[in-house]
Ligand binder design. Structure first.
Ligand SMILES: Nc1ncnc2c1ncn2[C@@H]1O[C@H](COP(=O)(O)OP(=O)(O)OP(=O)(O)O)[C@@H](O)[C@H]1O
Ligand SMILES: [Mg+2]
Length: 589
């Protein structure tokens, strides 16, 4: 193109500018729903009714009982950059309302046939009709306080955009997601949703996330989630997360809000997921519903057209807070599986309206801070340092705060608690205890093992011998003294002694067999792998009788671990049956 024929610059007519802006804000029917619902929330609505037809492609109607608008404001609201929510650029810092740009209604209006009906408290009602951004009718009406916006034939004047709409089904699903996430963000608002004239969802207002989840996803789903509530520095994290024992058994759902705004933020989700490490198998991901509250000036909400992403001044701090909060929740005894899991009678019994928070044995986790008791025989060894170190000679029977324990089936340690009956799987529990002790040894230096009176000679396969060579130094840190005698023969002269019945030869053989072909290169991951493998092989097995002192020592050691309720493979270590549940089954409730 020659310079002479360069077209002149012209400022676009506002309708064209609005259509261009609409491309960013209004992607599909669900974005219209999101903007209208956010406006209703900003207007202080306590009830919002959403009705759509044909997946929102023909009609979207959002009604609220919020503050409404005066006749002048009703007209202004359709103009670009018309907002009541901020006045100056500074107001953007820490802005609390969902909207602040003053462009959503203008953008929607420019690509649809829009009707607006609104009235402030005791004020004059206004009706405005517009098409393609141009006002066609403006009249007074009588109506109660609040606002109704009808958006018909979205993209009727933008054929290129219309082509990109999906089928009604798919657009409808996106709308349901928007409403679901709004309903979780603002539990205090009553929400209803209908499709093609049929009511689909009615959510009463509530103050509790669990109740809202029960209304959205069902009471049994909601009642199984574990409560998170924790403050780190200036960051408050609260919500409900899946018990590790349940992860992978149903549809995975995640929801994160930051200062009351639902956000899509993979980094925050990953941080919360990191808390599950060593409690669930690799590859499965937990369900999470988390509200994050940070100081308003720590977060910039004006970085995404649909405000679905935020930017943090110190993201690392927020992510650590999330991980810590979730980890703390998983680190309680409550985090163990409950018997309601898989209970088939449940389907025949009318479910209670909305379950109260899962009854918990919460006084137990307070005990984790109490001084450890002297360990008894089986668990008094090197890897029970914390418990073995206290008051030599004191009788373990005098252990404070340890309930009366019984061994059942030579496999479970059972005890009664204020809120129910609790079972601990002795192998899983011991495995968890040893895993954490081995990890400390691997990460922090060397543990000393116990010399064997008669060193063991092991003849291995080639693969096992190679696995040993790869892990030689790490075995030493765990307290093993092993020499390779060339080729495939090993001489074991010292071993860690996690308990007197420890079968060192079998443990080394099985560990090496499990490690053959291990190509893990990350140092920490290698430590985890080895610690988990040795812990699994070294832990007492199901079927081994335990003395009362041994049970107490295991109980105390487990209580001191970071994740007592889960073993290294993500299976439950602790299972509880609440009195409430027992009473229900006996028909006492
Ligand atoms: N449902 C409603 N009830 C009362 N006032 C409303 C409602 N919807 C819109 N308004 C008024 O119209 C203005 C413009 O709305 P619009 O959504 O276009 O912009 P915004 O919400 O201010 O910012 P954003 O573009 O970020 O959403 C709002 O600032 C508000 O004053
Ligand atoms: Mg808005």
């Amino acid at each position: 193109m020659s310079v002479a024929s360069l077209p002149r610059i012209a400022v676009l007519p506002s309708q064209v500018a609005d259509q261009i802006a609409a491309g960013e804000v209004v992607e599909r029917p669900s974005s219209v729903v999101k903007e209208l619902v956010e406006n209703a929330l900003d207007a202080g609505a306590t009830a919002i009714d959403v009705a759509v037809e044909d997946g929102g492609r023909q009609l979207i109607r959002v009604s609220d009982d919020g503050c409404g608008m005066s006749p002048d404001d009703a007209l202004l609201s359709l103009e670009r950059h018309a907002t009541s929510k901020i006045r100056r650029a500074q107001d953007l810092v820490g802005v609390r309302s969902f909207g602040f740009r003053g462009e959503a209604l203008a953008a929607i209006c420019s690509v649809s046939q829009l009707e607006l009906e609104t009235a402030p408290e005791d004020g004059a009602g206004t009706y405005v009709r517009a098409a393609g951004g141009a006002v066609a009718e403006n009249a007074a009406v009588a109506r109660r306080r609040g606002t109704t916006v009808r958006v018909a034939r979205l993209f009727y004047n933008a054929p290129a955009r219309l082509k990109f709409l999906r089928g009604a089904r798919s657009e409808w699903r996106a709308i349901v997601d928007v409403i679901g996430s709004m309903a979780l963000t603002r539990r205090d608002v009553r929400v209803s949703l209908s499709h093609d004239g049929k009511p689909v969802l009615v959510l009463p207002a509530t103050s509790s996330l669990r109740e809202r989840l029960a209304a959205v996803y069902g009471a049994s789903f909601a009642s199984r989630l574990l409560e998170v509530d924790d403050v780190s520095g200036t960051t408050h994290v609260a919500g409900l997360v899946e018990r590790p024992a349940d992860v992978g058994t149903g549809t995975r759902r995640t929801f994160v809000s930051v200062n009351g705004r639902a956000v899509r933020d993979a980094g925050l989700v990953r941080a919360a997921e990191a808390a599950y490490k060593s409690t669930i198998p690799a590859g499965v991901r937990p369900t999470l519903f988390l509200d994050v509250v940070v100081a308003a000036d720590m977060v910039d909400v004006n970085v995404h057209p649909a405000k679905a992403e935020v930017r943090f001044r110190d993201r690392w701090q927020v992510e650590r807070a999330l991980e810590t909060a979730v980890r703390r929740a998983l680190g309680t005894f409550e985090a163990g599986a409950t018997f309601s899991r898989g209970w088939t009678f449940a389907t025949h019994v009318a479910s209670p309206p909305v379950s109260p928070p899962v009854s918990s044995i919460d006084s137990l986790h307070d005990l984790r801070a109490t001084p450890p008791v002297p360990g008894g025989g089986l668990f008094g060894g090197e890897h029970m340092r914390e418990s073995a170190g206290a008051e030599p000679g004191a009788s373990p029977n005098a252990a404070p705060d340890v309930p009366a324990l019984q061994q059942w089936r030579r496999t479970y340690i059972a005890f009664e608690h204020e809120h129910g009956v609790v079972l601990i799987d002795q192998h899983s529990a011991h495995e968890r205890v040893l895993y954490e002790a081995f990890m400390r040894d691997l990460e922090s230096g060397a543990a000393s093992g116990q010399r064997l009176f008669f060193p063991l000679t092991l003849h291995l396969g080639l693969a096992e011998a190679e696995a040993f060579e790869q892990h030689r130094e790490l075995f030493a840190r765990l307290g093993f003294e092993i020499e390779g005698f060339g080729g495939t023969t090993l001489l074991v002269s010292a071993v860690p002694m996690p308990h007197p019945r420890f079968d060192a030869e079998r443990c080394v053989r099985e560990t090496l067999a499990a490690l053959t072909g291990d190509r893990e290169t990350g140092v920490h991951a290698r430590h985890e792998r080895l610690a988990a493998t040795v812990a699994c092989k070294a832990a007492i097995k199901a079927g081994e009788p335990l003395s009362p002192a041994e049970m107490r020592a295991l109980f105390v050691a487990l209580r001191d671990t970071t994740l007592p309720a889960h073993d290294v493979h993500g299976r439950a270590t602790i299972v509880q049956l609440t009195w409430e549940e027992i009473e229900r089954r006996f028909g006492r409730r």
